[in-house]
Design a protein around this ligand. Sequence first.
Ligand code: PLP
Length: 405
Amino acid sequence: MVQMNANFQKLPGSYLFSEIARRVSAYTEANPDKKLIKLGIGDVTLPLPAAVTAAMHAAVDEMATAGGFHGYGPEQGYAFLRDAIARQDYQDRGVSIQPDEIFISDGAKSDCGNIVDLFGLDNKVAVCDPVYPVYVDTNAMAGRAGDFNEATGRWSNLVYMPCVAENGFLPELPREDVDMIYLCFPNNPTGAAATKEQLLPWVEYANRTGAVLLYDSAYETFITTPGVPHTIYEIPGAETCAIEFRSFSKTAGFTGTRCAYTVVPKALVRQGLSLNAMWNRRQCTKFNGVPYVVQRGAAAIYTPEGRAQVQANLAVYQENARVIREGLAAAGLTVSGGVDSPYVWAQTPNGMGSWAFFDRLLKEANVVTTPGAGFGPSGEGYIRLTGFGEREATRQAVERIRGVL
Ligand code: PLP
């Protein structure tokens, strides 16, 4: 009889988004006349920039010619895209990342999940709480998380780093030794961003102990505050301890088009092994690259027109986040995030539970949010709202919430 991976049975159900969908559909069935506004979504709503679609059209036409047809591409990504990323996202910022340290992929979600292939099962994993669930679940599937405790909402072998109001939603170095440390800035779900000074102790810790930082920077383009680093490699020493994940999903509307990249510096070596060489081996074995047409579309983001169009879309989401942040604060809620991030993290009034407040906003304001408790125990007492909605609907939703409060 085949032996199955028993770790899958330890996973709790994907409660958060299915439970939200269940409550929303129960409410709309009972109240078909009510028009809901969704501010819970993490998906973008604006179409792809014109420079991107023009490049993709041209690439499709190329594919129809004998000379321009592309079959299997390099597993690591085409040089035209890796070169543009190395130059514009890193070297122009004074960071010496090279094209062969950049691996193009179909998503930061896949890469954050697949990276665990590189690490032994006995490593101690540290995650923020609340957290993007992929880091936790992929380690649980691999057998690194131990057992899930329904009562505490925590896995027995993971080290949780609470990110709460008292520490400005920034994790503190764990007291016990940890080996794989997931950091995500700007953060999903809290919207917190970390400065160079706040990141430096993590880089020092990882270099001193031999840990590895797994730095998720999927929301990097939302950074506007001077002094907030755009890449972990702006921190001296990060190239010997950190892997960075980036995505075009929220940057340029690629959530459905799928393109992202991961940086694994050549200087990152553990137990005599190059993580760059290991990731290259892993990708060449299990991945056959991102479509040529999609990579041409992604490369168009690095043209002057592409950049301007991306910035115009970002400005809409940033303005939405501002409207949410300021509107909810004016209504008396304690809010954070929404400045260097599309996410606004709002404390529930009078110590109300996340789900109770979610229900109240659903029924009384007809606005859908995301209960913070779904991202981990320390998310209890919060809701997450996103700036990815339409401009007018976002404004209306904030008005409705203010009316209710
Ligand atoms: N990392 C974080 C923190 C995210 O919130 C998301 C998407 O919501 C991703 C990664 C996934 O990005 P991608 O669409 O590139 O898979």
